[in-house]
Design a protein around this ligand. Structure first.
Ligand code: FAD
Length: 514
């Protein structure tokens, strides 16, 4: 009697109850798949990181005595898709049944549940045992096409898991310390930015296979995987974060700079790949950071740890809930009816706008950008320029090391593009050049002038911003949180409005040349 169990590339959870006992009747399948390397155009380093982590996981399971069938792209290439491969393996192993861990992605879950109806043996779906909030409870908190306030959900999670609580009260008597955070870098801050911990895991075998099977990729290729590819490295990165970055995490959470060799990483943990592949458990990350906070004798302040806990206990669990409540319709949302093409510079960083050039070139180089670069640089630009959400989604889903649809899509459609019309944010995160200038040093030394609205040297974000307000005037008119920019636009002299509209139109017709 044999039991076949599938482990997907983002299900590398060695603490899963499946692995508690070694059973010679169980075979675990881990497979490099063409369909997964190709469902969107991924960053080359993202694919090598996933394959390396899967390969490592297979070795870990084998070393614990489990029976593993690891299949490379060479071996799976002849199968049309995942169900075709599984059907063959069930026969090969004369398996009595087939089990899989519930995928976090709608596409894969649909594919596997469809397959279940056709497979000759019984099929079982088991939980991933990863997230804090049980899957069955998502429906209690998230309803389709309905605004859910992250802050309320986050407070519920703080109480539910007794994290940073004094009985029924939040530690420090406040839920939010954002006012203490959100600083930009002063010159003296720059020299303290820690050198990021990167790994040099070998990647050439995977890279070779990617090329051999003609998988189309974006971004810089590398013979090494710089991200953790196993649990031990993931824990090292977590320790590094607690020792060197947590103390300034909240302070500089929104800051951006070009004036540091470590500008691409700053005080961000870069734990998203380890978390999303489930090499780390979110509760364990929170508890480790809390222990570092408690042991720091005040060096790590409450504002810093709360800011970090909020991201994982709050945002990460929240977007998962929004995703499942709203799929598959989520991927069709386009509240602002945006339909322009993504400019070519998103794929080569070839633009005179320093903010976009920095954020995009580091993304192509490292498969990474931090949240504010994603939301307020590339995201804000795509919002103001009215880029079609499906093209923006594809870009984010491909380029980042941590990009998996359940977390990418709510962040892109809702947070960056307001394509949901307000399920997550109550107003679009739209900003002119002024915001970029406040939070970064991108504007210094930029080809464009952030103080100007029109003219050949004017920062494009300025006229695009006002044009965005103008173009969506009716959609925003009923939104009281948009009343401030609406009033300012109303107050602007008619001649000025015409100038801005004309300049913006000219830019929008020439996006590739910005
Ligand atoms: P840190 O700044 O160190 O934060 C710690 C952890 O908190 C992260 O590892 C992540 O797990 C979690 N977190 C923080 N913000 C969010 C958030 N908004 N949503 C969910 N989790 C969050 N995150 C992804 O994991 N995958 C994606 O594909 C992805 N796409 C995004 C697309 C856009 C347009 C935007 C605006 C954000 C996206 N994010 C995505 C969220 C966030 O930007 C990344 O999680 C974060 O930048 C990862 O870097 P880090 O590990 O250094 O994060």
């Amino acid at each position: 009697a044999k039991h076949l169990r599938l482990i997907l590339g983002d299900q590398l959870n060695v603490m899963h109850s499946w692995f508690e006992q070694v059973d010679s009747d169980v075979v675990y399948v881990i497979a490099e798949l063409y369909q997964e390397a190709n469902y969107t155009k991924h960053h080359s380093q993202k694919i090598t990181a996933f394959f390396a982590a899967m390969d490592n996981f297979a070795q870990t399971l084998e070393s614990k005595g489990h029976q593993v069938c690891y299949l490379t792209l060479d071996e799976t290439a002849k199968y049309q898709d995942l169900p075709a491969l599984i059907a063959t393996l069930v026969t090969t192993y004369a398996s009595e049944d087939f089990s899989y861990v519930r995928p976090d992605e709608y596409r894969l879950r649909a594919q596997l549940s469809e397959m279940s109806a056709q497979l000759a043996v019984p099929v079982y779906e088991v939980d991933s045992e990863h997230f804090l909030l049980p899957f069955d409870e998502l429906a209690d908190h998230f309803k389709a096409a309905t605004h859910v306030r992250m802050e309320n959900f986050y407070r519920f999670m703080r109480k539910r898991f007794a994290i940073l609580m004094n009985g029924a009260k939040p530690e420090g008597d406040a839920w939010n310390f954002d006012a203490n955070n959100r600083q930009s870098f002063k010159k003296t801050d720059l020299k303290f930015i820690p050198k990021p911990l990167v790994f040099d895991n070998p990647a050439s075998d995977y890279l070779q296979r990617i090329k051999h099977h003609k998988i189309d990729t974006i971004g810089r290729e590398s013979e090494h995987v710089a991200y953790p590819i196993n649990r031990q490295q993931s824990l090292e990165l977590l320790t590094f974060f607690c020792e060197h970055q947590l103390e300034n995490f909240g302070n500089f959470q929104d800051a951006m700079t070009v004036a540091s060799p470590y500008a691409w990483s700053l005080y961000h943990s870069r734990l998203s790949f380890s978390l999303n592949c489930k090499m780390l458990n979110p509760l364990e990350v929170i508890e480790t950071a809390l222990a570092a906070y408690q042991a720091s004798a005040g060096k790590i302040t409450l504002a810093q740890i709360e800011g970090f806990v909020r991201q994982i206990l709050g945002w990460r669990e929240y977007v998962r809930g929004m995703y499942w409540a709203n799929m598959p319709n989520y991927a069709e949302q386009n509240f602002l009816e945006a339909k322009r093409d993504l400019p070519a510079f998103f794929w080569n960083a070839n633009t005179k706008m320093q903010c976009l050039r920095s954020a995009i070139s580091q993304s192509l180089k490292h498969a990474y950008a931090h949240h504010i670069q994603r939301l307020m640089i590339t995201g804000n630009f795509a919002l103001l320029a009215g880029i079609a959400p499906s093209q923006v989604d594809d870009w984010y889903l491909g380029i980042y090391i941590d990009a998996i649809e359940w977390v990418e899509l709510p962040n892109t459609r809702s947070m960056a593009l307001f394509a949901d019309g307000g399920w997550i944010a109550t107003k679009p995160y739209a900003a002119s050049g002024n915001y970029v200038n406040k939070m970064s040093d991108y504007c210094k030394g930029c080809h464009y002038n952030v103080k100007e609205k029109v003219g050949a040297n004017a920062c494009p974000l300025n006229s695009l911003y006002w044009n965005f307000i103008d173009q969506n005037y009716d959609k925003f008119a009923g939104n009281h949180r948009m009343s401030f920019p609406i009033r300012n636009w109303d107050k602007m002299a008619p001649a000025k409005k015409i100038e801005i509209r004309e300049h913006a139109t000219q830019l929008l017709n020439n996006l590739d040349n910005l």
